[in-house]
Design a protein around this ligand. Sequence first.
Ligand code: SAM
Length: 231
Amino acid sequence: MEKKDFNDYGTLFVVSTPIGNLEDITLRALRVLKEVDLIACEDTRRTHLLLKHYNIKNSLTSYHDYNKERKAPELVRFLKSKKSLALVSDAGTPGIADPAYFLVKKAIFEKIEVVSVPGVSAFLSALVVSGLPTDRFCFENFLPSKRTKRGKRLEELEDEKRTLIFYESSHRFIQTLDDIQKILGERDIVVARELTKKFEEIKRGKVSEVKEYFQKKKIKGEFVILMRGKG
Ligand code: SAM
């Protein structure tokens, strides 16, 4: 898209940051984080650590799920005053399981230019090492936290032929594997835990095997669960 399609406002840069290993950031992302007028981030302490690691000094403002409705119009006004803004999340690509979509949608509506500064995302990083088909896949984000809703969502996915990908937190992890086993059955599953971090682990097997393996361990860290689609 050419610049003339947009108003003469500042630019919103959607910048990917690492999911663990701080080296997983592009040179362009570092330059943009240095050059913009302001960085909007989920947790200022966390983003501050990243900036400190790269010796970048810039102003931060918080933009997260709990303040997005109040904060987005403020950030849009900032962009309309010809200032540039970088939007980052706590980890990975903004817009994937975080509130970035809300601001991006508002900015587009206001004819503000939105530029992607791509990088890491946990689900893609997990998919490419899973050994499951990568040609067609279906990213399902977090399953609903309420068990009945979660069951319903899984039932909707029963006949899905594409590789299924879910995000999960440590405290619901075993329960989710349980529900997956009951509803989707005994298929190949892959769990990618703590990708790019010190205790990175990829466990492959049938659902019951992978569940048994993790039941014997302390459940810690961040997880991506991938499952073979219906064969
Ligand atoms: N925006 C991020 C992305 O692009 O992947 C996702 C943010 S979402 C709030 C956090 C979830 O992503 C975690 O609960 C976990 O499921 C997954 N995740 C993030 N980092 C991960 C890592 N290093 N290893 C495995 N899963 C990770």
